[in-house]
Write a protein that binds this ligand. Sequence first.
Ligand SMILES: Nc1nc2c(c(=O)[nH]1)N[C@@H](CN(C=O)c1ccc(C(=O)N[C@@H](CCC(=O)O)C(=O)O)cc1)CN2
Length: 300
Amino acid sequence: MKAVNMEDRLREFKESQKNRGRLLISCPDRPGIVAAVSKFLFQFGANILESNQYSTNPQGGTFFIRLEFECPDLAAKEAILKKRFEEVAKSFSMDWQMTAVQNVKRTAIFVSKELHCLRELLWEWQTGDLMTDIVMVVSNHEEARETVESFHIPFHYIPANREIREEAEAKQKQLLKEYDVDLIVLARYMQILTPSFVEAYERKIINIHHSFLPAFVGAKPYERAFQRGVKLIGATSHYVTNDLDEGPIIEQDTMRVDHKDQVQDLKKIGAKIERSVLTRAVKWHLADRIIVHENKTIIF
Ligand SMILES: Nc1nc2c(c(=O)[nH]1)N[C@@H](CN(C=O)c1ccc(C(=O)N[C@@H](CCC(=O)O)C(=O)O)cc1)CN2
């Protein structure tokens, strides 16, 4: 796929979505929230296309809502929309996020030696099923260079290990700033990120862990699953926090295995699960379908 086709595709998408907006809200539950938000959008000439909501408890719980709407001349109105919505948000103690769909997120993928998740994301991106601008791939190994550059995506090799972690992250952060990255996807990137890195990209780093968490946190989960004699293996995609592999879970899946399966078999079976789980998690994040609350996720 030539790079120019990807640019054409992004341009067409941005044009088709230029009046489309999304609004994510979390707030203490009480009557009148939907009415106030609907009235606000109506006053700006917006039409609600999709609305999903959930309450933990109508009496004193937390209310969550995701709205997708069309608003004529959204680009020109976005700043005033956000400024005026702040008044509504304050009156309901809302945490909220309003995005214009045409502002396609800029994504960086981090990878080490295992390339199956990276390849899945690139394939989905090439076919137009992953609507994001993959601006670069970063790796602490050279294995992914040929694949990445065949997609005309910049590849940056930055050696990284425990001993040079801070130095490596300084280079990574510089690139992330230069490329104005909105989302980082760890596609089997096998280095632990420091607290300062995680803090700089809170809830903007998605990882794929190759086990059905909370089982087998950390390194070499397939080897430990084999030793344990499990009958199910799985994969978990989660937001990255400083608690290794314990961030808010976005998506999981499993497959059956049995006594005949060796570690290599587990890895082969598991790779397919990892690919699909990570892709679903990234797609939901790109579509602003995820709200994080108390280290859990609500997926609309
Ligand atoms: N701050 C965080 N960083 C990372 C997380 C996370 O949840 N919080 N997830 C990991 C991904 N991961 C499993 O999915 C994982 C990767 C690497 C290790 C690990 O022990 N790495 C060693 C080096 C291993 C090597 O060089 O081969 C290390 O970093 O010292 C554990 C879990 C990604 N980062």
